[in-house]
Design a protein around this ligand. Structure first.
Ligand code: SF4
Length: 480
């Protein structure tokens, strides 16, 4: 239901009254379509929030029970918008341009610029509103049946493009037609807020009385005969009076046997008797605004839970990257991106501190996937008890020189910091370390290893030869 203001008896008998029955037989989702209100009233939103609340109150007053059904506000469940985006990617423009109400409403509102993307797309938003709950049925009046047909086509199209574990994501919901009794407005035109001829669900008894008393009838003169079918007051009897009273006024009207004054006073009794419990519930709600807030919040939570379940499936079906699968999708043996060394390296007081700072980023990145324990300075033990030497050097003319103790390790990690302060981590596996250990330059108790940047990437410089190590960058698998 769009929040265009307080609901009137036309809205009530056209939909709401039926929903109150459906909540006892079906699992139902009812919402106030505040985004839909924006598709036509985008330029006047001053009362949007207030109107939204009014409709929720009308829902509850009319007898929708938050214990039996889910009541919420559309814009509180963001998944509706997300699914709308996905649908908008696969829906041909022609489908939307052909929806009858697209042209009709433009003609009905000549003073309104409705050449808006949101207005064209509103039946698709409606499809998302429906399909996000993967329902079996949509309770609508006949005038809305074409929208449900569009929804079925969208579901079919989505299922043709994407599937979840080989199964379709969306059902093609059926229309659950609501027979809506005819109810003329007090001026004999269709009951509509824009005609100012409504009786509101929230009208006080005296206001209802006044409106019915002033209602146009089907009998201009006392001696004329009339028809309750063509009379707003007669329509009210048809909906709200018991059989006996309806038979009485029908006979009286069609034979000029009663006056319209009497007929109206009976209609006032029937309507007010029906609206009394609704007014009572409204009063109770007004006395407990906290309860109202709670109902709206809980409704949003429950709806969002169901909507999120659908979106989890829909996102995966479309192939979007799920956050939880990021770790699983990152190739294990390729580093994600060069790490930027902390700016504070320059301020390090000594070599050890500089080393800690330079290697901190690398250790943090690696320790998440390959836990390492400290053995001695710059030497770590992997999960499988391999010795891992970690060493850092900063760039000098495209060359890095690492100084380390002449103490063999299984895996050698050489972290180069380039002149832009990016760190690159080359993880030399046991075979490479073993093959080249003896060729590293020696001085005293130490070993120095030179890495050079060449055309093909980083390379070890060994006795004038270059051994490429580019392929080991981020090769964390060697730590296992
Ligand atoms: S008698 Fe009743 S139903 Fe007939 S025209 Fe008068 S008000 Fe309408």
């Amino acid at each position: 239901m769009r929040p265009t203001g307080k609901l009137h008896l036309g809205n009530y008998v056209g939909a709401l009254q039926n929903w109150v029955k459906l909540q006892n037989t079906h699992e139902c989702y009812f919402f106030v379509a505040d985004w839909h209100a924006l598709t036509t009233d985008y330029d006047d939103t001053a009362r949007l929030g207030e109107n939204t609340l009014e409709v929720v109150v009308d829902f509850l007053a009319a007898g929708l029970d938050p214990e039996k059904c889910i009541i919420f506000v559309q814009s509180h469940v963001l998944q509706h918008a997300e699914l709308h985006v996905l649908f908008s990617m696969i829906t041909p423009l022609g489908w939307l341009e052909r929806v009858p109400s697209y042209k009709e409403q433009q003609q009905q509102m000549p003073n309104k610029d409705l050449h808006m993307y949101g207005f064209l797309g509103y039946p698709l938003l409606q499809s998302a509103d429906i399909l996000i709950y993967r329902p079996a049925f949509v309770p609508v009046g006949e005038d809305q049946a074409s929208h449900v047909e569009l929804t079925r086509e969208v579901a079919r199209r989505f299922n043709n493009f994407y599937s979840y574990q080989g199964k379709p994501v969306f059902p093609e919901p059926q229309v659950l037609l609501t027979r809506s009794p005819k109810l003329l407005g007090t001026d004999k035109r269709k009951m509509s807020k824009s005609y100012g001829n409504t009786i509101l669900l929230s009208d006080e008894a005296a206001v209802v009385e006044e409106k019915i008393k002033n209602s146009v009838t089907d009998r201009p003169a006392l001696t004329d005969i009339g028809s309750p079918d063509r009379c707003p007051v007669g329509n009210l009897h048809q909906i709200f009076s018991d059989r006996e009273r309806l038979e009485y006024i029908t006979r009286g009207c069609t034979t000029a046997g009663i006056t319209c004054v009497e007929c109206k006073s009976l209609a006032i009794q029937s309507v007010n008797a029906h609206l009394d419990p609704i007014r009572k519930r409204r009063q109770q709600l007004a006395q407990n605004p906290e309860r109202l807030r709670e109902i709206i919040e809980h409704g949003a939570q429950k709806a969002a839970k169901a909507a999120e379940q659908t979106m989890t499936v829909a996102r995966e079906a479309v192939g979007l990257l799920a956050l939880k699968s990021v770790a699983g999708l990152v190739p294990k043996d390729v580093s994600t991106a060069p790490l930027r060394a902390p700016e504070s390296i320059a301020s390090a007081k000594n070599d050890d501190e500089r080393w800690e700072l330079q290697s901190a980023g690398w250790l943090e990145r690696v320790s998440k996937t390959h836990p390492l324990t400290k053995d001695r300075p710059r030497t770590f033990i992997s999960r499988r008890k391999r010795k891992v030497g970690v060493h850092t050097a900063t760039e000098a003319n495209g060359t890095w020189i690492f100084h380390l103790a002449d103490r063999p390790v299984n895996v050698l990690v050489l972290i180069t910091q380039d002149k832009d302060r990016f760190l690159h981590d080359y993880v030399l596996p046991p075979k490479v370390v073993q093959d080249h250990w003896k060729q590293f330059a020696r001085s005293g108790n130490g070993v120095s290893i030179t890495v050079k940047r060449g055309a093909a990437g980083a390379a070890l410089v060994l006795n004038g030869n270059e051994v490429p190590i580019q392929q080991y960058e981020g090769n964390y698998a060697a730590l296992e």
